[in-house]
Design a protein around this ligand. Sequence first.
Ligand SMILES: NC(=O)C1=CN([C@@H]2O[C@H](COP(=O)(O)OP(=O)(O)OC[C@H]3O[C@@H](n4cnc5c(N)ncnc54)[C@H](O)[C@@H]3O)[C@@H](O)[C@H]2O)C=CC1
Ligand SMILES: NCC(=O)COP(=O)(O)O
Length: 334
Amino acid sequence: MKTDILALSVGDPAGVGPEIIAKAWGQLRETGPAFMAVGDLQSLAAAGGGVKVKAVTGPVEAAKVFADALPVLDTPLQSPVIAGQPSSAHAAQIIRCIETGAGLALSGAVAGLVTAPIAKAPLYEAGFKFPGHTEFLAELTAPAPYAGARGPVMMLTAADLRATLVTIHQAVGTVPAALTIDRIVAAGLVTAQALKTDFGIAQPRLAVAALNPHAGEGGALGREEIETIIPAVAALRARGVDARGPSPADSLFHPDARKTYDGVLCMYHDQALIPVKMLDFWGGVNVTLGLPIVRTSPDHGTGFDIAGRGLARPDSLIAALRLAAEIAARRAAS
Ligand SMILES: NC(=O)C1=CN([C@@H]2O[C@H](COP(=O)(O)OP(=O)(O)OC[C@H]3O[C@@H](n4cnc5c(N)ncnc54)[C@H](O)[C@@H]3O)[C@@H](O)[C@H]2O)C=CC1
Ligand SMILES: NCC(=O)COP(=O)(O)O
């Protein structure tokens, strides 16, 4: 049965996830968007500082209890949690929660999936083969049909800035070789389409960032613009995308520059994430574009340094829940 409720995977139980989920529930219980946590009930109750939690059998029951208690689809951990201390012993449960949430979203039982942060290293130690949620969810949803341009493409958004990435989790030294015309075009097509369907922008303008200082200074400071990015922008324009660039990245993110585009395609992780987190560290949201399911996440990580101390802020998670509900409503209406 379809519901408007969102699934929320709890992420690393030793991080700030359980605490910010309990806090987010406290702020959203009367207004929504409603969500069902998928994780270990006991550790959520312990991290929640007295918040009322309730085990539920699925989204329909969760929607009924949301105003009164934090609904949890209990997925028990096999070993104890110590806040601030990640452990590869939790990896299987963390992965199962993401799989469960994705399955519920694929079946339409929930409107979308929001993921609380995972730490990558303990999952890699346990044999997890994907750089992060983004690539894992692409694999989990690959068999499902999707009419749009297929991702995954990572978008980080805060205030009026929507920045997407051509390369995601890879060492900076490997980025130039990874930037191909096809890869930039594919990320640009997914971004342009998602700006229309998921963000409601009828005719999106896409800025494309250069890789090198001064956009390569005519080749003197790097040839990636000439050999790869300029041809990719031309190919995007030939496919009907209003793409401009490549523009020197140092002049692309100030307020007046941001008024000239609806989305900006960035070449590597920190090129996009630094301006987004500078603009609004607490309100930033990570969205996976080009999937048959709606998926958002807070822009921050597991915060092990503050986990279990009551200091974690739920703002970014709340923004992620609100954006997931908005995108789901837009997709449902189209
Ligand atoms: N969506 C996801 O699953 C993400 C996961 N990560 C993972 O998180 C782990 C830690 O990464 P870091 O680079 O240290 O970033 P981080 O975001 O966990 O921490 C950076 C700083 O922000 C603070 N912070 C984080 N969340 C906060 C919150 N809700 N309230 C108040 N302060 C908060 C932390 O205390 C720390 O000082 C890594 O293993 C990384 O893989 C990082 C980013 C996103
Ligand atoms: N820096 C963003 C991040 O690590 C999120 O990755 P993902 O788990 O959403 O793929």
